[in-house]
Design a protein around this ligand. Sequence first.
Ligand code: F6R
Length: 607
Amino acid sequence: MCGIVGILGAKPVAPDVLKALKRLEYRGYDSAGIATLEKGRLTRLRAEGKLKNLEAKLEATPLSGTIGIGHTRWATHGKPSETNAHPHASPRLAVVHNGIIENFRALREELIARGHQFATETDTEVAAFLVDDELAAGKSPVEAVGAALKRLRGAFALVYLFEGEENLLIGARQGAPLAVGYGDGEMYLGSDALALAPFTERIAYLEEGDWVVVTREGAVFRDAEDRVVKRRIIHSAAGGLLAEKGNYRHFMAKEIHEQPEVVGHTLAHYIDLSALRLRPFAWPVDPAGISRVSIIACGTAYMAGLIGKYWIERFARLPVEIDVASEYRYREPPVEARDLAIVISQSGETADTLASLRYAQAQGAKAIGIVNVPSSSIARLADAAAPTLAGPEIGVASTKAFTCQLAAIACLAIGLARARGAMSESEERALLGELVAAPGLLAQTLKLEPQIEHIAHRLARARDVLYLGRGPAYPLALEGALKLKELSYIHAEGYAAGELKHGPIALIDEDMPVVVIAPRDALLEKTVSNMQEVAARGGRIILIGEAHAAEEAALELDGFLPMPEVGANFAPIVYAATVQMLAYHTAVIMGKDADQPRNLAKSVTVE
Ligand code: F6R
């Protein structure tokens, strides 16, 4: 949610600022901007729309400054426009900001009363004027930022550049991530290590409340109480994780096709493949003493959690509650020390999920973080890390992170069952056998892409689409609908197939495609009955299931995606790619940007 970067370079920095912003564009893409010092004077270039618009401006008006900051925006306060684009400036400085300054209204009124004229609708300008006032009162930039930060409330990361200060950037972190990169005579600041990967692998992360003074000679970190603190420089692996599309048209397509490999990697992290046994897991609490599991996540990660609920309840016989993080954090649910919280997040930075994790921990529960970005806030804060090894996910719509989350939860569910004595060793082996077969079967489903593209032509003409499933296929129906909505902007709903007759059946007519996800399990017959109900009302059924399901239904189908034979448990992992590809191709056919759908951003670090 907004990407920020700062560079103290040995040569003109604009091309590298742009390069870093390209790697951050997944965080927001409604405007972008850069500020440098040209002969000591602050100079800004900003453009509405995607980064390529800023790139064109930079080509027309090259900047030569060797110090600069850049921003790619996902609008919170103020519509996407060049005026509202960052960096924002006051006479003495420019600033880029990710997050929300919650007390900006009060500060804005105070600053207006002091004579400041606001040029934008953003909350960011207050962060510029507060520091500017301190500078005008004679403070140094370091003193000025230190004083201003005490007045800001909310969740944000900031980077300041000062008029006339050729060797100084100041960054701050409160609730949104910020990293410092150490180069050779050059220094960097960025929202994540991936942005800085082309320049350096030596990274130090600001901790909550930290702020940092960066010069070409190094970085001095201070904590929230302004004490100078040391932050460890780590060797980031992000450089090896290339954010390239390869031969694919979109990152999303590449990421869908990477799934067999990355799900395999994730499973191998949890499973000793030669022995077909789970590797030991460092449970943050004794599994035998757990009375309840609470899963908390947002969006697609929440759908993964919903599927995980089925598995944990089925295998470990433990009650599972699940909540979207934005509700959980404010509902003040009772939490006990015997509860195990599981938070799921690709980015590890989602504001609501992070706050929920803190809430559960404050109530005395221990938490496992199923997270894809190992250096993220959630991964570091959780009592135990359960990594997904999806690699960087650049497409804004989550795909490979989702299936890797499923792989991790499935292993945790089996692990909990074993540790609680709810499952025998032979049952463990049987389930792990099913699980390790999933990546190969997933690879088979990818071969259906031509058929999926064909069906997508029909979906592209629909106004509404219904997705149905039962058991763990029900959350996958929700995920299929979410994917279609966010990518193609077609209205779609996911329903438990059994709920059909309690309302949504009223929607069905010959214009309504109904995607039925029907794996071979104990519920198949019931799902087939629901298909009959749809067909009886003229609904157009697209079936995702084994040949057996199509035979059982004996209906004229509008589309059939034959799935490989999968054991009853882990079909969602294998079937996921079909709903992802359906949404992807529908969007592409409709001319939508599959990697950067409108209004969305990856890594939602604001509430
Ligand atoms: C949908 C999607 C979002 C994310 C959600 C949570 O395709 O990508 O719904 O799943 O914003 O993000 P993370 O997993 O980073 O916490």
